[in-house]
Design a protein around this ligand. Structure first.
Ligand code: PRP
Ligand code: URA
Length: 209
């Protein structure tokens, strides 16, 4: 089963609390999402392999380290996942970015695909799939399937807030995928919204409500 990493960090908790507040506007919401994504990225990238190489500092020769192995692709699920890309790109400036367009049908809550554009060498990259909300898990599970169909072997899922139902679905459908969340909330409500959650992430990022 994929591991669930729930972040326990005062900066992330503090920033997320401001995002949850219904009175926080889009500008601050976007800024905080970017900041938390950067902080989470520090842990999500912890196991990137490194190799030794020789360099010369102004003082002496030394054996230094650089990141090796497969390159990274960041893949946001549209729309709300876009809000997590820039924080990760700050850490991984040469990562390529793929896009998956999915929206939840308002009646069935099932994901509907409308777009997919991946880097041409996606099968050779480690993918960090990003979406702030893991509710039923349907969108993230379908997105992972789409990425796997393109030959990717190593996928991590990074979300801001998750419901237990969503975590369970990903662990059942994709036991090879580790999940990173800033917070694990209580449950879903009758509209499949996360409780207490933060509302509709896409609307709050883009001011579309
Ligand atoms: C939201 C969110 C996830 C999905 C989560 O997107 O950003 O993609 O719902 O729900 P699930 O786990 O039950 O699938 P939404 O469909 O509202 O689209 P948007 O980002 O374009 O607003
Ligand atoms: N999508 C959101 O944006 N928020 C939720 O709570 C559930 C799905």
């Amino acid at each position: 089963m994929g591991k669930l990493h729930v972040f326990d960090h005062p900066l992330i908790a503090h920033k997320l609390s401001i995002m949850r507040n219904k009175n926080t506007g889009s500008k601050d919401f976007r800024q905080l999402l970017e900041e938390i994504s950067l902080l989470m990225g520090y842990e999500v990238t912890r196991n990137l392999p490194t190799v030794d190489y020789e360099i010369e500092t102004p003082v002496a020769k030394m054996t230094a380290k650089k990141i090796s192995g497969k390159k990274v692709a960041i893949v946001p699920i549209l729309r709300a996942g876009l809000g997590m890309v820039d924080g990760l790109l700050t850490l991984l400036p040469v990562a390529k970015v793929g896009h998956i367009g999915l929206y939840r049908d308002p009646e069935t809550h099932e994901p509907v695909e409308y777009y997919c554009k991946m880097p041409s060498d996606i099968q050779d990259r480690n993918v960090i799939l990003v979406d702030p909300m893991l509710a039923t898990g349907g969108s993230a599970s379908d997105a992972i399937t789409m990425i796997k169909k393109r030959g990717c072997k190593q996928i991590q899922l990074m979300c801001l807030v998750a419901a237990p139902e969503g975590v369970k679905k990903i662990q059942e459908d994709h036991p090879d995928v580790d999940i990173f969340v800033a917070a694990l909330d209580e449950k879903l409500n009758d509209h499949a919204y996360i409780v207490p959650g933060l509302g509709d992430a896409g609307d709050r990022i883009f001011g579309t409500k």
